[in-house]
Design a protein around this ligand. Structure first.
Ligand code: G3H
Ligand code: 13P
Ligand code: ZN
Length: 335
């Protein structure tokens, strides 16, 4: 059993309370590789932001669970080496799909876990979330739960349609399950294709797709039912059109990729939404830089030559999100 506190990690409780009160959101960035981890930490240190580094089941399969845990431990040391005396870094399991997986992560040093029972019948979702909460709280690990269904792909679970969270269920769900934060569905979705072209309108000037707005009325209803309770938004990449254009220009093929407009995420950050999940934008930033570099330098074959611009581009994107979208810059408890 490894306790996250011994690794210099923190849970989400205090940072979420400050974020809800302060009207900003904490970035939750997924990572699978060393370059993503380095870019996340460089950005968090430079902006003096708390940060959640999250690991999906797919990331554990790709990179190995033990390696990712040691990378998170290394991230704390790296942040200190970069000059941040008191970093606030959470190691979080994203979309845990069983009690056993959540327990395994808690036992190996995660400071926060998500149990995602959103595809299960309501009572079953409550029962397993509660089981995870009871175990997690023994070690002061915080638990995120999910109610409502996002369209798109969550690890092996694929939903073709989203179902907004029902505001009338949230009090009962959070009270019975005991979760510390709640992921809701208000129109975001996973991946780089969040909406089909026929769900969007086209901007006559740019020809770009304009997605339908998020359901802020549902968010408001939920906030009224659960004043001050930490709300989480998954599927919140904005799918920057410059990165998509670069990928397509240098041999990629991402037709009609579209995300959540950043002004809507900025608006959500000012509400009880205190954690915003971003994965696809990192993938796009990395791939765009690698494609461009290799196209412009066909003689390069040392991975450091193309992974460095990839890392720089991801860091730039993370800084932008923190400063211009989520507003978590300068929000460390101790500078
Ligand atoms: O919610 C999904 C995250 O973007 C993780 O994606 O399961 O492909 O690692 P992944
Ligand atoms: P995106 O695919 O929009 O980046 O969402 C990531 C996410 O929700 C991870 O849990
Ligand atoms: Zn997600």
């Amino acid at each position: 059993m490894v306790n996250y506190k011994d690794l210099g990690l923190v849970n989400t409780r205090d940072m979420f309370a400050r974020a809800v009160k302060g009207g900003y959101a904490i970035p939750a960035f997924n990572f699978n590789t060393m370059e993503q981890m380095q870019a996340i930490i460089m950005a968090a240190v430079e902006t003096k932001s708390p940060v959640i580094m999250q690991v999906s089941k797919g990331a554990r399969n790709y990179a190995n669970a033990t390696i990712l845990r040691y990378m998170a431990e290394g991230a704390v040391a790296y942040a200190k080496e970069l000059g941040c005396e008191h970093p606030e870094i959470v190691l979080h399991l994203d979309h845990g799909d069983s009690f056993e997986l959540c327990k395994n992560c808690i036992d190996m040093g995660f400071s926060s876990v998500m149990y995602d029972g959103s595809s299960l019948p309501y009572e079953e979702n409550i029962a397993i979330t509660k089981q995870v909460v009871e175990y997690a709280h023994k070690y002061d690990v915080t638990v995120e739960a999910e109610l409502g269904v996002l369209a798109g792909v969550e690890d092996e679970v694929v939903a073709t349609e989203s179902h907004y969270t029902k505001p009338e269920e949230v009090i009962d769900f959070t009270t019975k399950s005991g979760c510390d934060s709640l992921a809701i569905s208000i129109g975001t979705s996973h991946g780089a294709y969040k909406f089909t072209p026929d769900q969007c309108t086209r901007d006559p000037k740019t020809g770009l797709l304009v997605p339908p707005p998020l359901a802020f009325d549902v968010l408001e209803e939920i906030e009224k039912k659960l004043p001050g309770f930490p709300i989480v938004l998954h599927g919140s990449s904005s799918v920057p059109q410059e990165e998509v254009a670069t990928i397509n220009q240098f041999g990629g093929k991402l037709p009609d990729a579209i995300g959540i407009p950043e002004d809507q995420l900025r608006q959500a950050s000012k509400s009880a939404v205190c954690k915003i999940n971003i994965d696809s934008d990192s993938r796009l930033a990395m791939t765009a830089a690698i494609r461009q570099h290799l196209a412009e330098h066909p003689d390069h074959f040392d991975p450091r030559q193309y992974l460095k611009p990839a890392r720089d581009n991801m860091k730039k994107m993370y800084v932008h999100k923190i400063v211009n979208v989520l507003g978590s810059d300068g929000k460390l408890a101790q500078a």
